[in-house]
Design a protein around this ligand. Structure first.
Ligand SMILES: Cc1cc2nc3c(=O)[nH]c(=O)nc-3n(C[C@H](O)[C@H](O)[C@H](O)COP(=O)(O)O)c2cc1C
Length: 177
């Protein structure tokens, strides 16, 4: 049975989760840019950082996986927003559904995870994008902000690390179904 962990990470949080799951399960972990190794894959776990509501790398990785005999696909979006918030979880679910090709749609199980953000480490593009998002949000009242943006506004200018490996137990359980 071919099993593979794929990650798409810009600042390391999704990669940290992927490598920890790989160490726990013995399933190899590869970056989505090198996911040509998905040959024969039946079970795939994808970890991707969330950027402006989209899961980085998912569309590309899923296009490759769609050509494999995938029976089980676990998608773990890694974002700064708290997925315990139903609105955050719902907007991730909708976005992930849209990023998947037809023959994978409905096979996915989604396990949202919390990532980390260190504003001092951002590259020029992301710093600018975050600044624009922040400017458009900062004068709104908290209850007016989309749930996924609330956390970004709170962390803006600072560093926060919410990576929690105990959340991987949910994925481990799905791998044993
Ligand atoms: C420009 C920018 C946009 C972001 N947009 C979102 C977002 O829409 N929702 C969210 O939950 N987190 C958002 N984040 C936070 C990232 O998802 C978080 O830093 C995550 O850990 C990134 O994963 P990575 O470290 O593996 O790249 C954003 C971060 C940046 C820099």
């Amino acid at each position: 049975m071919g099993r593979l962990i794929i990650y798409a990470s810009r600042y390391g949080a999704a990669k940290r989760y992927a490598e920890e799951l790989s160490a726990r399960t013995g399933i190899p972990a590869v970056s989505f840019e090198r996911a040509k190794r998905s040959e024969g894959c039946e079970t795939a776990v994808f970890f991707g950082g969330v950027y402006a509501g989209n899961v980085y790398g998912l569309r590309k990785a899923a296009r490759r996986l769609a050509r494999q005999p995938v029976r089980s696909l676990i998608v773990a979006p890694v974002g700064i927003a708290d997925p315990a918030d139903a609105a955050v979880a719902e907007s991730l679910r909708v976005g992930i559904g849209r990023a998947l090709p037809q023959n994978l749609r409905g096979k996915e199980k989604i396990v949202p995870l919390r990532g980390s953000l260190d504003c001092s480490r951002l590259g020029f593009f992301h710093r600018t994008l975050l600044k624009l998002l922040y400017k458009s949000m900062k004068n709104k009242r908290e209850e007016e902000l989309p749930a996924e943006m609330r956390a970004l506004v709170q962390v803006y200018g600072r560093a926060e690390d919410f990576v929690d490996f105990s959340a991987l137990e949910k994925i481990d359980a799905l791998l044993h179904v």
